[in-house]
Design a protein around this ligand. Structure first.
Ligand SMILES: [Zn+2]
Ligand SMILES: [Zn+2]
Length: 386
């Protein structure tokens, strides 16, 4: 923590308490937030870890009467970014020193173990980012499936390109036959400390840029970064019943972790090619079946296709309206729970473009025979309603 931190960070806001909050209030706010954002409860969530550090830092200052006073004074005196006067030091320097965990989590007699966990976290905070195991990044990719494969599930080969350890130097950044050495400037911590007056100033080591290691002979393949782009092909299992546009998470199939960290996750956006006959609505298959006016009016038995099965016959009762949908149970898509959706068959009248003379005369007879029925009888009247 530095004076710069004091001027830039609003510790009261971080804990969600007022500037006049009593110590008990601050403690309660911290306990609540610390449990919520504790890294063990938010595995792999970098933003929670950031937040956790922020509230811990805020508490370490506001819970200490003397430091809180210093903080309040610093904020009111040189809120505008004045240089810090040289002089007395508080003895606090970086990290979370002087912060009594037992005080927060029940004291020495009644240690729930949370203090130990926190201790681990704080120690982790002292090691440099470069030395810490790091979770691999999440990777996004896309794949296109046939209609049938989306329904049945399939295995696809996915080519993934991403940054990984340089294969030439195995990620060390050092030329073959050499190894990086500990940064002499920061003793491998990646942090350098300067005393700027009231508060210690801790910043990223200029010599090693926070890595804690320096490379004398850089690896020519990666110019010392230790990172390289590579591609790999993996076999990914796509579960049955995926829909077009769906995003599937394949845990642990993302970029590999570093220094023993877990791999990231792979997200696959699925595109499904349309089928010439069938459509999908969740677990139901849809199909539109052309019928004649006579079939709907007089009734008929119609053979309709099912997906990957024998055709089924549906009975159209006389007087069936156009676009009515019939449900054929169990002929849809298999769900995760083992049940199967239905096939929804919609009948649609095809109006013939060309008629032979016999058909034309029959339709003309029909028109004459039904001349008394006006389907638009009350349409104009009903249209007047507000
Ligand atoms: Zn390299
Ligand atoms: Zn260094």
């Amino acid at each position: 923590m530095s004076t710069k931190d004091f001027l830039e960070k609003d510790y009261y806001k971080a804990l969600g308490v007022s500037k006049t909050a009593k110590p008990a209030e601050i403690k309660a706010a911290y306990r609540k937030l610390a449990r919520k954002y504790h890294p063990d409860a938010n595995k792999g969530d970098a933003s929670a870890e950031e937040r956790f550090k922020e509230i811990s830092e805020a508490y370490s200052v506001l819970s200490d009467e003397k430091r809180r006073k210093e903080y309040d004074e610093a904020r009111s005196l040189f809120g505008g970014g004045f240089r810090v006067p040289t002089g007395q030091r508080t003895g606090q320097q970086g990290g979370f020193g002087g912060f009594d965990l037992g005080d927060i989590f029940g004291g020495s007699g009644d240690n729930s173990g949370l203090g130990d966990i926190l201790g681990g976290v704080f120690n982790r905070g002292r090691t440099t980012a470069q030395n810490r195991p790091r979770r691999g990044t999440d990777v996004e990719t896309e794949t296109t499936l046939t209609f049938g494969d989306a329904i049945d599930g399939t295995t696809v080969a996915l080519r993934l390109t991403g940054e990984g350890p340089c294969p030439t130097c195995h990620g060390t950044g050092a030329k073959a036959g050499t190894v990086p050495r500990m940064c002499p400037s920061c003793q491998g911590t990646g942090q350098s400390s300067r005393n700027l007056g009231s508060f210690g100033m801790s910043e990223v080591c200029k010599e090693c840029h926070g890595r804690g290691l320096v490379v004398d002979d850089p690896c020519p393949a990666c110019t010392g970064s230790g990172r390289a782009m590579s591609s790999r092909t993996i076999q990914a299992r796509i579960p049955a019943g995926v829909a077009d546009g769906q995003r599937i998470k394949l845990a642990g199939k993302g970029a590999p972790g570093e220094r023993g960290g877990p791999a990231g996750d792979l997200y696959v956006r699925v595109h499904v090619k349309p089928h010439p006959v069938f459509g999908r609505s969740a677990a139901n298959l849809t199909v539109t079946v052309p019928v004649t006016f006579a079939e709907l009016t007089l009734g008929a038995e119609v053979k309709v296709p099912s997906h990957r099965g024998a055709p089924v016959t549906i009975r159209i009762p006389p007087g069936t309206p156009n676009r009515r949908t019939f449900t054929v149970r169990g002929k849809g898509v298999r769900r995760k729970d083992g049940t199967t959706g239905n096939m929804l068959v919609t009948v649609e009248v095809m109006v013939p473009k060309d008629l032979n003379s016999k058909a034309r005369s029959a339709i003309e007879d029909l028109r004459e025979a039904t001349a008394g029925q006006d389907p638009r009888e009350d349409l104009l009247e009903r249209a007047k309603e507000a």
